[in-house]
Design a protein around this ligand. Structure first.
Ligand code: C2E
Ligand code: MG
Ligand code: MG
Length: 737
């Protein structure tokens, strides 16, 4: 067959009968041909392979075929005979990875390192582990569909050439091992420059050239001038420059001539040529002052033909890694890419910033996701346009951008300015946005990317906790705060299984009759050192770590058990209220758990009121409405806690069948009440009346507050006026008093 015959190597039944050679005929002619072992569980594949390779003569000898129809059979054949030059191995046979296992056995158990292996697979989507290919010195890997006649021919020819050379050079074991280990090193997909640097290193080792001897590699691509990718010796400072600019005319000429003639040459030093995919090519020059002997020439040949395979694989990997380093939605680099940029050497101090859009999840949940995407596009466009290309702009989280650039250009003012004007978003009025950011100064001598990202992340997190819409610079104390929180979290985890946690109960009072109509269970944590940690501090921590789920379950059961135990002392309508955090509420089996706990503790569902905050409710209105509906159908009561503090209160209520609104204490006794009287509380009460929803006011501290609320029609009240939260024993005393 002719190598120009580049039709698809169709794995269908051949038109003419295949000339299958008998197994026996091979034994006696070990030197008269190149023995090739075809390993495949489909007989057709054997036939077509023979057809494709019929008549091939390479390195002056014809091929001779032997056949195995399973990995086990192949292993037996190879154990018997060690003269095979090439094995063409199917990946999927008896098992999904039978071929890969066979390769491992050939290399490891049989210790056969000379045999060249071509892997092929019928399943286009089935990629063998990259590890295996890298580790076991596989010559080529192709799916059957991409293995055209020409490619199979080329692949086998190359493999045989390698095998012949490996054999011929077998005397020089050290050199051989060197080549194999080069391939392992170069096979690691670590990027083009590392690859080129690897070639330089390996060439020096292979030819044992002296320290100062020049070795360099250049690369050419179709529309770009060739560039110096790596160099050892005199030219190391020219790495990264166009080939045309390197100061040594002789080296420049050798490399460009090799790239344009696409041929290695070995007079006056050596310059090797390595072809790759898509017209790309590498050339490497070694300024060796002595003539190369045949062994060295042979080694270089094997080296070249092998690295071209590694080079192709690397380019393939290049396209994959492009995806790994880019964000598809915005076409910006992603977090991996930022990490890479952070690891690069700096010549001047840089600034690193994380910029987080405020209320983006509201934009996404109140409007739809495609609108959210448009908003992100508008923001990313403005950020990218505002800075020069020296500033690395990436998307590191759903609504978080990473910026890394010289201090002079990248500073807080520059980022704040970005949000001064509204954004143009398709199908929307101009949109005002704000962002919260964390900042970190990066010195020339800098820690690892991981540390930098961790620190700037801590600054952003703190900034979000402190003041939305502003910027905060990282300070080392933030790291110690983070450590403190970790410490606290691990203590909290321990407290959950010891007896560090307990509940206090604060009564609900009917404002007309003064009767106790219920109580809110409030979680308390006493640390081993005796100090009480306020819930505001540890609940958020537990939420972030999802510890809130076992913690919340513990609260629910304890509160229900308490209510069951109180059954004789309180009326049948007495309710126990339990605070439910968003993370807990979102658990898919939340309702099942509740029903299970109620049955286990012997309480009726309507004795239990769940307090959800507005943020829980606003998070995903449709889903919440559905869940609330299901909970109420089971008989549980739902109250909206801290009502009036969220921004979407009114719209939310129309879709949500809740039992009770709990007016936030800031409108009763807090700052807001002091500045504007109880105006908000009155509005809420009016609204609730219209919707037919019951009400309770938190934070009642004075008789005057109680009387005003009672007069305005508020049903129940809770607050220090009646009682602080107390332990169960004290609660009983309150009831009796
Ligand atoms: P919350 O649900 O709004 O609970 C009412 C808070 O107001 C309690 O604070 C209570 O002690 C306090 N309070 C009651 N009466 C008055 C008063 O007259 N004046 C003033 N100034 N404050 C009053 P606490 O116990 O510190 O709890 C704080 C928050 O921690 C709770 O706010 C609730 O959101 C959360 N929390 C407490 N226990 C749990 C729990 O078991 N699970 C969850 N997820 N959150 C809890
Ligand atoms: Mg509450
Ligand atoms: Mg509250």
């Amino acid at each position: 067959m002719s190598p120009s015959d580049d039709e698809l190597f169709a794995f269908a039944a051949p038109e003419s009968g295949p000339d299958v050679q008998s197994h026996d005929s091979l034994h006696s002619h070990a030197r008269a041909h190149w023995p090739v072992l075809v390993v495949d569980d489909e007989p057709d594949v054997h036939a077509v392979t023979l057809l494709a390779l019929r008549g091939v003569v390479t390195e002056n000898l014809p091929l001779a075929f032997a056949h195995a129809y399973s990995a086990a059979e192949a292993l037996a054949v190879l154990r018997d005979r060690r003269d095979f030059a090439v094995a063409i191995v199917d990946v999927v046979m008896e098992r999904e990875d039978a071929g890969l296992q066979l390769v491992r056995q050939i290399r490891e158990e049989l210790g056969n390192v000379a045999l060249r292996i071509i892997l092929r697979t019928g399943q286009p989507g089935y990629a063998p582990e990259v590890e295996t290919i890298r580790q076991y010195d596989i010559n080529d890997y192709k799916t059957k569909a991409e293995l055209t006649r020409v490619r199979l021919f080329t692949s086998v020819t190359m493999a045989i050439r390698s095998f012949a050379l490996i054999n011929q050079l077998n005397a020089n074991r050290r050199g051989l091992e060197q080549v194999l280990s080069c391939m392992r090193e170069l096979g690691k997909p670590e990027g083009l420059t590392r690859f080129a640097a690897g070639i330089v290193t390996q060439l020096r080792a292979l030819l044992q050239v002296e320290e100062e001897c020049l070795v360099c590699a250049a690369m050419e691509m179709p529309d770009t001038p060739a560039m110096l990718l790596a160099a050892a010796g005199r030219l190391s400072s020219s790495v990264g420059q166009p080939l045309a600019d390197i100061p040594e005319p002789n080296v420049r000429q050798r490399l460009s001539r090799t790239l344009s003639s696409r041929q290695s040459s070995f007079t006056d030093g050596a310059c090797i040529f390595v072809p790759g995919e898509r017209q790309q090519a590498l050339a490497a020059y070694i300024d060796i002052r002595r003539p190369l002997d045949n062994t060295e020439r042979g080694l270089l040949d094997v080296f070249c033909s092998n690295i071209s395979v590694a080079f192709e694989n690397l380019q393939l990997h290049g396209t994959i890694s492009h995806l790994a380093f880019a964000d598809e939605l915005l076409g910006l680099p992603n977090r991996n890419s930022l990490a890479q940029a952070l690891n690069a050497k700096l010549d001047e101090p840089y600034t690193l910033a994380l910029v987080d859009l405020d209320s983006f999840s509201d934009i996404n949940s109140l409007l739809d996701n495609s609108f959210g995407d448009d908003v992100l596009r508008a923001v990313s466009k403005r950020i990218r346009a505002a800075f020069s290309p020296t500033v690395h702009v990436s998307r590191v989280g759903p609504d978080v951008f990473g910026l890394f650039g010289p201090c002079a250009e990248l500073h807080v003012g520059a980022v704040m300015d970005l949000f001064a004007l509204p954004f143009e978003v398709p199908d929307s009025a101009p949109l005002r946005l704000s962002a919260t950011s964390g900042w970190l100064g990066v010195e020339v001598e800098k820690p690892s990317a991981a540390t930098l990202l961790k620190n700037v992340g801590a600054a952003l997190k703190r900034s979000k906790q402190l003041h939305r819409g502003q910027a905060l610079w990282y300070q080392p104390e933030l790291a110690s705060e983070a450590r403190d929180r970790m410490q606290l979290l691990s203590e909290l985890r321990a407290a959950l299984s010891s007896s560090g946690l307990f509940l206090e109960y604060q009564p609900f009072v009917n404002l007309q009759t003064g009767a106790f109509v219920g109580a809110e269970a409030l979680l308390r944590w006493r640390r081993d050192n005796g100090s009480l940690v306020p819930p505001d501090r540890f609940i958020a921590l537990a939420e972030q770590s999802r510890l809130i789920i076992p913690l919340g379950n513990w609260v629910l059961r304890s509160a229900m058990r308490w209510r069951a135990a109180m059954a004789d002392m309180v009326g049948p309508e007495f309710r126990v209220a339990v605070n439910i955090s968003q993370v807990q509420f979102r658990e898919p089996d939340f309702l099942e758990r509740l029903i299970e706990f109620a049955a286990e503790c012997g309480v009726q569902p309507h004795w239990v009121e769940l307090e959800l905050t507005e943020s829980v409710v606003a998070d995903n209105i449709a889903l919440t409405a559905q869940k609330v509906h299901a909970l109420r159908q089971q008989g549980f009561a739902i109250a909206i806690d801290d009502f009036g503090t969220g921004f979407s209160s009114l719209s939310v209520l129309q879709h949500l069948p809740v039992d009770r609104l709990k007016i936030d204490r800031s409108f009763v006794s807090g700052d807001s009440a002091r500045s504007s009287g109880m105006a908000v509380a009155y509005t809420v009460l009016t609204l609730a009346k219209q919707l037919g929803v019951k009400t309770i006011a938190e934070g009642i501290e004075t008789l005057e507050q109680r009387d005003q609320l009672a007069a305005a029609g508020c049903d129940d009240g809770q607050g220090y006026l009646f009682s602080k939260p107390v332990d169960p024993v004290a609660f009983q005393a309150l009831l009796l008093a």
